[in-house]
Design a protein around this ligand. Structure first.
Ligand code: KE4
Length: 431
């Protein structure tokens, strides 16, 4: 039986000084119960907790560790830069290098501004969209998560829905009034909102592949129709690629689907595990951003040299070895096939959604295509699955509303172990 005694001790200590004992709510295990596992190190595909238990990592820091943990090239780059001090608060060549690297990988980018998180990237992108268009309202989609800025905590996914608070207290009615809600994969719901708010909408923001209500790919034509609608009405289309960027392809969802957004936000992989976010797009829009233009946005540690070298090393590895994308997609397909074989023999309904290396499991009869159907999943069943896997060394996201993140370090043996454990822990499942 897996011992979590040190994690238990650390968790009760952490709760004395840190709200909920964690610095990000989804880590707290509230929806799956039990004690959050405290980790001390990781290497490649494996995490090691304070009780010296080893786990195959299916979170990878919620996406950033796509190369696997402690990739030697990334570690070496950060070590060397650290000896030159950590931060200057002044321009460096490293920022230009990362900006040029990203622009070379992502379709339609002419300019990009570095920030420190995906939240900052998304909140800055909608401010720029509002400043550029002179319009106030935005459309977001129920179940999409764009970080914890006020405008986004309206029917938000990820930790917000996980904790049952998709609409957060503290967001004023005035702010909420400017965020209009559509249904993911339901183009008609968007058209209705646009027609009811002619000339008032600055931007439509979405996850081009949803990952914060589980993994939900766009239905055929959804992204293309949004592009056309935005062009017809002078609305900016914002792809939140914090999760999909550099994960689905070097050029992210834009490359995969061939749809060009006006603004694109990034996070996670872009920093390789260091705090980096960014938002980019066409030069004509970015001429409106301070210091050139009136839309203000700033950050003490934005473009931080340590974070830049981590991002440069990570993205360079991905750009120079494009076979990584095929490899992580193939690994994820093997996991999908293996789990389907396991669940097919169980008296329990399930859905598995997957696109590339993004995958999620939902215990429900219905196809999971939007926020409503995602909420029909059997959370207690997921809880039992989560803990069964955890006790056998497989670390899944502690939430039924998260995509799993597959990294490039996982082996066939790791996949086989994962499937074997899933088979063992579900053998007596009855519906
Ligand atoms: P951060 O501020 O957490 O760096 O990024 C916010 C964000 C924006 N957009 C998308 C599509 C995202 O998925 C995220 C953050 N993702 C969650 C996991 N689903 C972060 C995990 C957490 O909150 O601890």
């Amino acid at each position: 039986m897996t011992s979590y005694s040190k994690s238990k001790t650390l968790f009760s200590r952490a709760q004395q000084s840190i709200p909920g004992g964690v610095n990000s709510p989804v880590r707290a295990f509230n929806s799956v119960g039990g004690t959050p596992v405290f980790f001390k190190s990781a290497k490649g595909a494996y995490l090691y907790d304070e009780d010296n238990n080893k786990y195959i990592d299916f979170i990878n820091s919620w996406g950033p560790m796509i190369l696997g943990h402690a990739n030697p090239k990334v570690v070496e780059a950060v070590k060397k830069q650290a000896e030159k001090s950590f931060s200057f608060g002044a321009p460096t060549e490293l920022e230009i290098e990362l900006a040029e690297l990203i622009i070379s990988m992502v379709p339609g980018l002419e300019m990009i501004r570095m920030v420190n998180s995906g939240t900052e990237a998304c909140m800055s992108a909608i401010r720029l969209a509002r400043g550029y268009t002179g319009k106030n309202k935005i459309i977001k989609f129920a179940g999409n998560y764009h970080g914890h800025a006020d405008s986004f905590l309206i029917k938000a996914g990820s930790g917000a829905i996980t904790l049952g608070t998709p609409n957060s207290p503290g967001v004023t009615p005035g702010t909420a009034a400017d965020t209009l809600l559509a249904n993911y994969n339901d183009f008609e719901s968007v058209k209705t909102i646009v027609n009811d708010n002619i000339n008032e909408i600055a931007a439509i923001i979405l996850e081009p592949v949803a990952g914060n209500m589980g993994c939900i790919p766009p239905v055929e034509g959804f992204l293309e129709n949004l592009r056309k609608l935005c062009d017809q009405h002078g609305i900016l289309l914002i792809f939140d690629e914090v999760m999909t960027g550099f994960r689905l392809a070097p050029g992210g969802a834009q490359e995969l689907f061939g749809v060009q957004a006006d603004l694109i936000t990034f996070g996670k992989v872009i920093g390789g595990g260091m705090p980096v976010g960014a938002f980019g797009g066409k030069r004509k829009i970015f001429e409106h951003l301070a210091p050139n233009g009136p839309v203000y946005q700033a950050g003490t540690l934005s473009g931080n040299p340590l974070a830049m070298v981590s991002g440069i090393a990570t993205l360079s590895e991905l750009k120079n070895n494009p076979e990584i994308y095929k490899n992580i997609a193939n690994t994820t397909e093997k996991i999908e096939i293996g789990l389907r074989e396991v669940f097919h023999n169980r008296q329990f309904p399930y859905q598995i959604n997957r696109l590339g290396s993004m995958i999620s499991v939902h215990f429900t009869e219905n196809p999971v295509i939007d926020f409503e159907s995602a909420q029909k999943g059997d959370v207690p069943q997921f809880k039992s699955f989560f803990h069964g896997m955890l006790d056998h060394g497989v670390y899944l996201p502690p939430s039924a509303y998260e995509s799993w993140f597959i990294g490039n370090a996982i082996s066939n043996d790791d996949v086989n172990h994962t499937i074997e454990v899933a088979d063992r822990i579900t053998v007596n499942w009855k519906y």
